[in-house]
Design a protein around this ligand. Structure first.
Ligand SMILES: Nc1ncnc2c1ncn2[C@@H]1O[C@H](COP(=O)(O)OP(=O)(O)OP(=O)(O)O)[C@@H](O)[C@H]1O
Length: 261
């Protein structure tokens, strides 16, 4: 790609390819819809999938889908322009989500969680209608780590996200091929590639998710002292020792010797 630091581009491709391989994210004949929000992550995801398509030994198709939640000022025209330029099959889905949320939301309930739930439903429907078996989302390494911390700090649960998981509709496999990509690399790439990033324009855009922002700043602080903290936390997600947790429902297969490491 022109105008891009080649070492950065190689790193993104390497991390992306490693995730695809480690989690078996793409198979022969897959038809993958990329959820495109107009943000840096999903644009980058689309470009990396297209790049992989050119050199992968397996044949798969890539298309794109955008859900317009109906917030005034959301520049879907810019998103559509990008998708046209990329010569990718796409679907723009207008919805009444904004009106529904305004109408139905109970005082005190989270704006973001209702919006996300409606969006997810619309995405699954569109993906089915487009004949796709997979939906690719742009969550990256930092999203995984922050979600892990958020669940521990505020929910009392030990979980993050899956790199590959069958959706609740029982039909669509949701994949997250950016799991190994550092957000800082995606930011750099999006600037160098001049990606046409747009904001969703929801009423809480930029002010919501104070807790996630706190996790970000906490990790940044800790990184001064523990430079490898993010890679260690991500590794921890794939290195679980059920016997050393307190959930009685987990199988107790680990030996005592392993548990003393
Ligand atoms: N309006 C939308 N239409 C289609 N897909 C979406 C939309 N909003 C979010 N997604 C998908 O869900 C992923 C996670 O959404 P989230 O709102 O957390 O965005 P984000 O972390 O800011 O990422 P991005 O930079 O891609 O917006 C996105 O990367 C994208 O793949």
């Amino acid at each position: 790609m022109s105008g891009i630091d080649q070492r950065l581009w190689q790193r993104l491709r390497r991390d992306f390819g490693r995730a695809v391989g480690d989690f078996g994210l793409i198979g022969e004949g897959d038809r993958i819809a990329v959820g495109i929000s107009g943000g840096k992550d999903s644009y980058t995801l689309l470009l990396l999938l297209k790049e992989l398509q050119r050199r992968a030994p397996v044949n798969f198709q890539v298309c794109a889908v955008n859900i317009d939640s109906g917030y005034p000022g959301y520049r879907t025209d810019i998103i559509e322009g990008f998708l046209k330029e990329q010569q990718v099959e796409y679907r723009m889905v207008p919805t009444e989500h904004y009106a529904i949320i305004t109408d139905k939301r109970r005082p005190g309930s989270s704006y973001c969680s209702i919006c996300a739930r409606l969006k997810r439903g619309a995405l699954y429907t569109a993906v089915q209608e487009m004949g796709c078996n997979k939906l690719a989302l742009g969550h990256h390494r930092d999203d995984f780590i922050e979600t892990l911390l958020l669940n521990q700090f505020f929910v009392g649960s030990l979980k993050s996200m899956a790199a590959s998981m069958l959706a609740d509709n029982g039909q669509t496999t949701v994949i997250r091929p950016l799991v190994y990509l550092a957000e800082a690399d995606i930011v750099q790439f999006s600037l160098q590639a001049k990606l046409p990033v747009v904001c969703c324009r929801c009423p809480v855009c930029g002010t919501a998710d104070l807790r996630r922002r706190r996790m970000k700043s906490l990790l940044k602080e800790l990184e001064q002292e523990i430079p490898h903290i993010k890679s260690s936390l991500l590794t921890a997600l794939g290195n679980v020792h059920p016997r050393h947790l307190l959930d009685g429902a987990l199988s107790r297969t680990e030996t005592e010797e392993e548990s003393c490491a």
